[in-house]
Ligand binder design. Structure first.
Ligand code: DCM
Ligand code: DCM
Ligand code: DCM
Ligand code: ZN
Ligand code: ZN
Length: 269
């Protein structure tokens, strides 16, 4: 996701963490403001763009070597790669965030990575190898020549919300929180976190990746990539068909992140 998606996931999570988890995270991040998670939600994207952080680029995704739209699946052993992936990164930084023996700087870094990667794993194209997660699929959106990945990460969410500021993210988060509490997500939210355990983070995050990856076949490119490249513009027909899934995945990421942070704080890993 782009900056808007990550900050929105963070604000949703801030709403569902316990008071104890919030105090712990605010202490670790040395930030007691109302944006203590949202402010650091895109740190990993800024870090990855630096020479010192280039090693972390593969940690934002898992390249599932499946065959969409015919077949979608994730196999951790097959797909994670020698340099790591979003699943192994979530496991590593979950352990480090809860370790209790690391320096303050290393603990803060671990929490920042967890906040970002639990978000990225709900973006379906971050769970797909085909054309580098859609970066190699040229499309048109709102008159721009884009790639499909950037439209899912950034431009379709920004079209929905109208900007990418923290205020935009807080506003979107408030909408999603209402849907989670008593709206369209009220009955399915329990399924978003069912079985999640910090004691087996690889299995949990592989399940999250499998959930996102399935949407590549069913929602992102059900007729294949060539059909999307051939469209004069993804707006409005394709956009209208997928924007509800984008909202679902952002809400899911935030709700999961809150539960995950609560478990990191409460559990000896
Ligand atoms: N991006 C963004 N917001 C914009 C335009 C671009 O966040 N308005 C970029 C930042 C990242 C990319 O989108 O480089 C998404 O990165 P990815 O999801 O890593 O981790
Ligand atoms: N990305 C991905 N899968 C890949 C390669 C990249 O999901 N196999 C993501 C990471 C960023 C975006 O695509 O969100 C752009 O990556 P890059 O800047 O590395 O092209
Ligand atoms: N952009 C894009 N696709 C969109 C919207 C914007 O590729 N649907 C690009 C064009 C610019 C950058 O994002 O390179 C910033 O655009 P703007 O100044 O319109 O926000
Ligand atoms: Zn991305
Ligand atoms: Zn990322």
């Amino acid at each position: 996701w782009g900056a808007l998606g990550h900050a929105t996931i963070a604000y949703v999570a801030q709403n569902y963490v316990t008071a104890e988890t919030a105090s712990w995270a605010q202490g670790v991040l040395n930030d007691t403001s109302a944006s203590y998670l949202a402010s650091i939600a895109s740190f990993a994207d800024q870090f990855r763009a630096t020479a010192a952080g280039a090693w972390s680029a593969p940690l934002h995704f898992i390249d599932a070597e499946d065959n969409p739209p015919t077949t979608c699946n994730v196999d951790f052993t097959r797909d994670c790669g020698a340099t790591g992936c979003v699943v192994s990164a979530i496991a590593n930084y979950t352990q480090r965030a809860g370790d209790g023996q690391l320096t303050a700087a290393d603990t803060a870094e671990a929490v920042k990575f967890v906040v970002h990667f639990v978000g990225d794993i709900t973006q379906p194209l971050h769970d797909e190898a085909f054309e580098a997660g859609g970066n190699g699929i040229p499309v048109h959106f709102m008159g721009f020549n884009d790639n499909l990945h950037s439209d899912w990460d950034t431009f379709m969410p920004e079209e929905l919300i109208g900007g990418s500021s923290l205020a935009n993210a807080q506003s979107w988060a408030n909408t999603l929180i209402a849907e989670i509490d008593s709206g369209v997500f009220a009955y399915e939210k329990a399924g978003w976190i069912a079985g999640d355990t910090v004691g087996d983070a690889i299995a949990t995050a592989t399940r999250w990746a499998t959930d996102g990856n399935a949407l590549v076949c069913t929602v992102v490119m059900p007729q294949g990539a060539a059909a999307l490249t051939a469209m004069p513009d993804l707006f409005p027909t394709y956009y209208d068909g997928v924007i509800g899934t984008i909202e679902l995945q952002i809400a899911k990421g935030g709700y999961r992140l809150a539960n995950w942070l609560n478990m990191i704080f409460e559990t000896d890993i």
